[in-house]
Every structure is written in C-alpha cells, then in structure tokens.
Design a protein around this ligand. Structure first.
Ligand SMILES: Cc1cc2nc3c(=O)[nH]c(=O)nc-3n(C[C@H](O)[C@H](O)[C@H](O)COP(=O)(O)OP(=O)(O)OC[C@H]3O[C@@H](n4cnc5c(N)ncnc54)[C@H](O)[C@@H]3O)c2cc1C
Length: 284
C-alpha cells in the first residue's frame, strides 16, 4: 500500500517532507517514466508520496519592475500562455514534448529533474534565475547554476521543496533560440542553444549564450561572454573574431554520445548554431 499526502499549504508540505523519506510528485511526467528514480533527493524507496498539486501558493505568478516570480507548481501550459513570462522561456516551453504532457508537467519538475536535456534550463541560466527552496528550517535561495549540480543532481535534500523561481526582468534587443530534436514534437533535445544581446550605439552592451544537452549541466561561461561585452558589433564582421569565440566554447563543451545523438554531432551542431547566432548579430 502506498501512503499519499496531499497538503494544501507549503507549511504542511514541508512538515511531511521533514520525515525524510517522502517523495514529491508534481505533474508526474518524469516520475512515471519507468527508468527514473521516484525521488531525486534521496536514495531508496519512499515510504509515502507527497502530491503537491493542491498547494495554491505554488501556482502563483507575480511580478514587479525588476523580477518575475514563478511558482514551482505552475504547469508548462499555464506559463506558455502568460505574457508576463519572458518570451525566451515561453519559446522553450513550446518545444517541450506536446500539449498533453505540458498540461501536467510543472516548471519545478523540469528544474528538479535536472536533466541535461531539460528545455527550460538553458533559458533559466541565461536569465540569471534564482531558485527558492523551502523546508521546516526556512527558505534558501540558490543561483540556478549552483542549484543544479549534475545530471539528476541538485542541492535539494529529502526535506526540501522547490517553491519558486525568481527571474530578473531583462530586455534584450536581439535573441536567438534553437532546439534540435529528431522531430518537432515529443522529441527530447539533442542540442539546444539560447542567446541574448543588447546593441547600443553600435556596441554590444550585453551578450550571453547558454547551451543545453552538451555536457552534464547547461554550459554558460560568463568569462567568455565578457570578451564580447563592450565590443563594437563591427568586430563580429571579422571572421577570425567569430572563430576565436567558437574556439573558446569548443574547449568548454564536452557532450556525451547516447541514444539520441553522438558527441561529435552535438559538438559540431552546437558550434554551428553559435556561429549562426554571432553572424546574425553581426548584421545588426
Ligand atoms: C513523453 C514525454 C516527453 C517529454 N519531453 C520533454 C521535452 O521535450 N523537454 C523537456 O525538458 N522535458 C520533457 N519531458 C520531461 C518532463 O515532462 C519535464 O521534465 C517536466 O517538466 C517534469 O515536471 P513534472 O511536474 O511532471 O515532474 P515530476 O515527474 O512530478 O517530478 C520530477 C522530479 O522532480 C521532483 N520535484 C518535482 N517538483 C518538485 C518541487 N517543487 N520541489 C522538489 N522536488 C520536486 C520529483 O520528486 C521528481 O524527482 C518529457 C516527458 C515525457 C513523458
């Protein structure tokens, strides 16, 4: 017999989680897939399942002039239809699975599952998202790149609940997003890339890029980004300058071969897409 808890508040949920061997079930679209562990945050069989779908606090979305706060329990469908959600994030959500899965799948589940191929993660990295985790001891906030520690591994302990994502509001004059999969729907990512930039008075005042499915976690490198920030857009017209950026990322990208793609294909495709993003940008 499986014990099931279905709390209506975050406070009740973290009380249950404090017992230490209770597995969280959000939309269930990862948990229900046979070869996945029931719970990412502890080893072994749980004594109970914690269904978090009745917690209204996890389904709120709010914003102010600086940030947008997304409840972990919001479904991907709810987010794709809310125009307060950054467009890049909505674009990535539209690439997840198909509508039936997105109706159940939650934002928190996509993050906590911590798959290298999770489609929202590159965008959350690019936007400098903060992850809010609650337990009976209070709240802790992590930058997303610290929250995700490896494939399927996060900072979550068995008593933690991811409650919110706080995403800074940033305007970009230029963006770029591509997901490469076997087909348009219900295909997990072979490679993805997201880029964003601001061009002011002919200078790159902001430039960012993040890659999905090319390593154990999303690849974003702010040191390489800083090499471009402040440069004139015309600098990108020189082919060797674009090549030097590509070479810098080549050293950072270390994909695996798996059932979806080969390491060689992933490396080549991600760098070709980077070249396309830089070339598009050089045209202003
Ligand atoms: C057919 C199919 C196609 C798919 N295609 C894609 C795709 O194209 N792109 C993609 O990115 N994903 C895809 N997925 C994976 C999945 O749909 C997403 O990762 C989804 O966002 C998971 O959310 P969920 O609410 O269903 O998570 P669940 O399955 O409920 O949970 C996933 C994990 O996160 C933990 N968890 C969930 N919420 C919390 C929380 N608030 N706090 C702490 N821990 C929590 C759970 O305990 C579990 O370990 C696909 C899945 C299926 C079945």
């Amino acid at each position: 017999m499986v014990i099931a808890y279905r709390p209506e508040t975050t406070a009740q949920a973290v009380e249950y989680l404090a017992r230490g061997d209770v597995a969280i079930f959000a939309g269930g679209t990862d948990i229900m897939v046979g070869d996945k562990p029931v719970c990412r945050s502890f080893k072994g069989e749980p004594s109970a399942m914690l269904f978090i779908d009745a917690i209204d606090e996890l389904k709120t979305l709010s914003d102010n002039s600086k940030t947008i706060t997304v409840g972990a329990g919001l479904s991907l469908t709810e987010l794709e239809n809310d125009h307060r959600v950054p467009k890049l994030l909505r674009d990535s959500i539209l690439q997840v699975a198909a509508p039936g899965v997105r109706n159940c799948a939650t934002m928190g589940g996509n993050v906590c599952n911590a798959s290298p191929a999770a489609d929202t993660l590159p965008i959350l990295y690019l936007l400098d998202t903060q992850v809010v985790v609650s337990s009976v001891n209070g709240k802790i906030t992590f930058p997303i790149e610290q929250f995700i520690k490896g494939p399927g591994i996060t900072q979550l302990t068995s008593s933690d609940l991811l409650t919110q994502l706080v995403i800074p509001k940033t305007e970009f004059s230029h963006t770029f997003y591509r997901k490469v999969g076997t087909r348009c729907a219900n295909a997990l990512t072979k490679v993805s890339i997201v880029g964003a930039a601001n061009i002011q008075n002919g200078l790159l005042s902001d430039w960012r890029v993040a890659f999905g499915a090319v390593g154990p976690t999303v690849v974003r490198d702010q040191q390489i980004e800083s090499l471009l920030i402040g440069k004139p857009v015309a600098w990108l017209k020189q082919h060797h300058n674009i090549q030097s950026i590509i070479e810098a990322y080549k050293a950072k990208i270390s994909p695996l071969s798996d059932q979806r793609s080969t390491a060689t294909y992933r490396l080549r495709t991600s760098l070709k897409l980077l070249e396309k993003w830089l070339t598009e940008l050089s045209d202003g």
